[in-house]
Design a protein around this ligand. Structure first.
Ligand code: NDP
Length: 280
């Protein structure tokens, strides 16, 4: 079965409308996301535009904060600090990647935990590691929602996550662990990747390497989640050889139309959660 991320994301986004309306009734304003975009990277510009559109459709107000590529570290930190203090801002998203001269860690550290709707802060990642409530990175959270939507059991299952980045692989592994899966994390130094992947009931590929996961690496009846976004000969594809792997997998996400739409949907959910928590 092909997992329809667009349909699940559309349902989640539609459900948010009543939450944002209720928030407005209670507070006289809509949940608000501030997006800081630095420089003129065209891909980042497209991502930000998509986020604004999705926010508008869900009843979330966006504050569009643009800084030139030449902005200083101090000015950037001051801008984020200002948003941190702004009572009417519920979530802050600093669009990555930042221009090379800016220190990403220091700038992200200015985003207070409760407004960290990307779930990238040390406190939020720490909360996830401790199995406590906090904001969780949107992409791995979206994967968990897909598993839930298709009633794919995680408890007691073997999950293999290929990729160990701080924004996808690690939080993904922690979420699966918290959901009672037995989790293995693989990366570029893993020996016998195929052997590890073959053990997976749930295989999550998050490497950015097109066609890394081939059919001979997938167990019959496994669930295969493809987080990767790659461009090969101008065509968008994931990390999984979809054509051949789909013949073995019980469930598989396509690229595009799988995990991607869930990332945006979960950002909206995180903004609503942040707004409601702050209001409480
Ligand atoms: P990173 O480049 O930060 O991390 C990639 C990870 O894959 C690293 O841990 C790396 O290992 C591992 N890796 C690379 N090559 C291999 C290999 N040959 N075998 C095993 N492991 C390997 O990427 P991100 O985590 O940020 O993103 C991963 C992919 O997901 C990208 O394609 C990105 O575009 C996509 N993405 C998609 C999103 C969505 O909404 N669908 C959102 C975010 C990302 P090591 O640590 O050893 O270097």
């Amino acid at each position: 079965m092909i997992i329809d991320g667009r349909a699940v994301a559309a349902r989640i986004r539609a459900e948010l409308l009543s939450r944002t309306a209720r928030f407005f009734e209670n507070t006289g304003r809509y949940p608000t996301l501030a997006v800081v975009l630095i420089g003129d990277d065209p891909a980042s510009g497209i991502y930000v535009r998509n986020k604004f559109k999705a926010c508008a459709e869900a009843g979330i107000t966006c504050k569009d904060v643009r800084l030139p590529a030449s902005v200083s570290e101090e000015e950037t930190e001051n801008t984020v600090r200002g948003l941190a203090k702004d009572e009417e801002v519920d979530g802050i998203l600093v669009q990555l990647p930042l221009p090379a001269h800016l220190n990403q860690e220091r700038i992200l550290a200015e985003v207070p935990t409760e407004k960290d709707v990307d779930g990238f802060s040390a406190q939020n990642i720490g909360a996830l590691a401790l199995g406590k409530q906090g904001q969780v990175a949107c992409t791995p959270l979206g994967v968990m929602e897909l598993l839930k939507a298709y009633h794919i059991e995680t408890r007691g299952k073997r999950a293999v996550v290929v990729g160990r980045s701080n924004i996808v692989g690690k939080p993904m592994a922690l979420l699966l662990l918290n959901a009672d899966a037995t989790v293995t994390v693989c990366h570029s130094r893993t020996q016998n990747l195929k052997e590890e992947c073959l053990k997976a009931d749930i295989l999550v590929a998050a490497t950015g390497r097109a066609n890394l996961i081939t059919a001979d690496m997938v167990k019959e009846g496994a669930t295969v989640i493809d987080v990767g976004i790659n461009r090969v000969d101008g065509k968008l594809c994931g990390d999984v050889d979809f054509e051949n792997v789909q013949k073995k997998a019980a469930y598989i996400t396509p690229v595009p139309g799988g995990v991607g739409p869930m990332t945006v949907a979960m950002l909206l959910v995180n903004v609503c959660n942040a707004a409601e928590m702050r209001h409480k």
